[in-house]
Design a protein around this ligand. Structure first.
Ligand SMILES: [Fe+2]
Length: 198
């Protein structure tokens, strides 16, 4: 049975950048729904029930056809959101330091250029999806995916991810996705990002 993880902070902790009501719905309704639908998709299939979420998503092609799409969408939703909550935290400096700062600087030129390119990917993702910073065989890259597709299914390691589904920002920002992204930088948990890089 897959389970909804607790948030590592209070629902209102990311105010004013991410509002409490959005966090409550996003975690308690949207993420919970992915978990429930994933569990019901694999219910009674013992070989799938014993796999971790990573194992399920890493090789979607090996899954029986009748559950593949449900696992991709709902398993992806569960996995992506579980990472996303960890990638945010209150009381952030807004800037990385140490190893991750160096890696971003040497790959993109500067942190500001990285932010611009990441925002372009996030704003440019048509409809629902995610923007990602991934480690592709040792090389940092910015990508985006549609829906709940997860980089892990393409063999890529996620370093940082941003949910750009409207459910992530609509209550506070309505259609202003760029403003949501700009404010989201203020709650990025760079310690967690750094950890994921290692
Ligand atoms: Fe979401």
């Amino acid at each position: 049975m897959h389970k909804l993880p607790n948030l590592p902070y209070d629902f209102g902790a990311l105010e004013p950048y991410i509002d409490e009501q959005t966090m409550r719905l996003h975690h308690g309704k949207h993420h919970q729904a992915y978990v429930d639908k994933l569990n019901s998709a694999i219910d009674g299939k013992a070989d799938l029930e014993e796999k971790s979420i990573e194992e399920l998503l890493k090789d979607l092609g090996s899954l029986p056809e009748d559950v593949r799409t449900a696992v991709k969408n709902n398993g992806g939703g569960h996995y992506n959101h579980s990472m996303f909550w960890q990638m945010m935290s209150p009381l952030q400096t807004g800037k990385p330091d140490g190893k991750i700062a160096n890696a971003i600087g040497s790959t993109f030129g500067s942190f500001e250029t990285f932010q611009e390119k990441f925002a372009v990917a996030a704003v440019g993702r048509f409809g629902s999806g995610w923007a990602w910073l991934i480690d592709n065989n040792g090389q940092l890259e910015i990508t985006s995916t549609a829906n709940q597709d997860s980089p892990i299914s393409s063999g890529q390691k996620v370093i940082l991810g941003l949910d750009v589904w409207e459910h992530a920002y609509y209550l506070k920002y309505q259609n202003r996705r760029p403003e949501y992204i700009e404010n989201w930088w203020k709650v990025v948990n760079w310690d967690e990002v750094q950890k994921r890089m290692q």
